[in-house]
Design a protein around this ligand. Structure first.
Ligand code: DAH
Length: 338
């Protein structure tokens, strides 16, 4: 018996594992449930009484030795694993997630809703000429929107300006594609306006355009209702009020039913419960003609909405300037919003 203990003792003392697997094999051999040491403990009751004391001391000694070997090398291996970056079980390091800008969040959501209805995204330049921004859209030469007060002109000849709306993308798309056309054009627009909590000289719009045979005002209304329900919730409703835009005939202003339950609703809707969100109408035949599409054969609708207004409503942001100040405390509040 003594010889057996001595042999185990030697083995434990001389044991130097090369890796974690060898150490684990050692642990199982001595300390595992079916290992040597538990077996020696189990044999304790067979040991004659006079030998029990020495036997007990010996197995306890073996056990302590084996445990301290396991503990010592386990610590070595775990630091080695961490240092070599191989420990797949360690928790991820902390990182500071960024956030999408609220304008991007709202734009993406609007785009997704219209994409589901078969629209594709179109783009145009922010620096536009008079033709695409005004003339082709049926703006008369003396229209006030062309005025210095509204437009940032860049040069006279050629007549470059910063686009005042994304409706210019309508013209560019119709010039380069034949119907059926079904696009939305999100983008940045510029107006020479004084900056306040409600208006800014740089803001964003989403333009929509659908041109095909037999497109009707009913199609327009149904599409906008579908959008309003997807964006503002199933219970919302829309109403169309007659309006005027040079590039659509007839034209309408679209309100969504916001509700009138509390003071905030009252303030937001000026006591009506309705919130104005966009302009729309049937594309004026003169615009189709100017863009190279036969108005005898095709008709279509267009709409345009401001992203900032919708984002201000969605996130309860009282001042439009917050979007452009890049205050990280403001931007951080959108972390994790998708
Ligand atoms: N371009 C208009 C604006 O800047 C918005 C708009 C109204 C676009 C009616 C449209 C439309 O396509 O049909 O205020």
């Amino acid at each position: 018996m003594k010889l057996e203990f001595d042999a185990h003792c030697k083995e434990i003392e001389n044991f130097v594992p090369q890796n974690a697997q060898e150490l684990e094999a050692f642990r199982l051999r001595f300390l595992g449930k079916k290992g040597l040491i538990p077996a020696l403990f189990a044999a304790f009751k067979e040991v004659p009484n006079e030998e029990k004391k020495a036997y007990g001391l010996s197995i306890n000694h073996l056990k302590t030795m084996a445990e301290s070997v396991v503990e010592k090398f386990a610590a070595d291996f775990s630091t080695a694993i961490v240092q070599s970056g191989e420990d797949l079980s360690r928790p991820a390091e902390n990182f500071m997630p960024g956030a999408l800008h609220p304008i991007t969040l709202v734009r993406n959501e609007i785009v997704r809703i219209f994409e589901r209805m078969g629209f594709t995204v179109a783009e145009g330049p922010e620096m536009e000429d008079d033709w695409h921004n005004f003339s082709a859209l049926n703006f008369p030469a003396d229209h006030p929107a062309r005025d210095m007060q509204d437009t940032f002109f860049l040069s006279k000849n050629p007549d470059w300006a910063l686009r005042t709306h994304t409706s210019s993308v309508q013209v560019r798309t119709m010039e380069s594609q034949q119907p059926p056309i079904r696009i939305i054009a999100p983008g940045r627009v510029f107006r020479n306006e004084s900056i306040s909590s409600r208006s800014h000289c740089v803001f964003h719009q989403v333009e929509g355009l659908y041109i095909d045979k037999n497109v009707s005002f009913a199609d327009l209304k149904q599409t906008l209702l579908e959008f309003a329900k997807a964006f503002f919730g199933d219970k919302t409703d829309i109403r169309l009020r007659p309006s005027y835009f040079p590039f659509t005939e007839p034209s309408a202003e679209v309100d969504i039913w916001w509700g009138l339950e509390n003071e905030v609703d009252y303030r937001m809707t000026k006591g009506t419960g309705w919130l104005e969100i966009m302009g729309c109408g049937m594309v004026d035949p003169a615009v189709l003609q100017a863009s190279g599409i036969d108005p005898e054969m095709y008709s279509g609708y267009a709409f345009g909405m401001g992203i900032e207004r919708i984002a201000m409503q969605r996130f309860q942001i009282p001042d439009i300037r917050a979007f452009y100040e890049n205050d990280v405390r403001f931007l951080r509040t959108f972390q994790g919003v998708l």
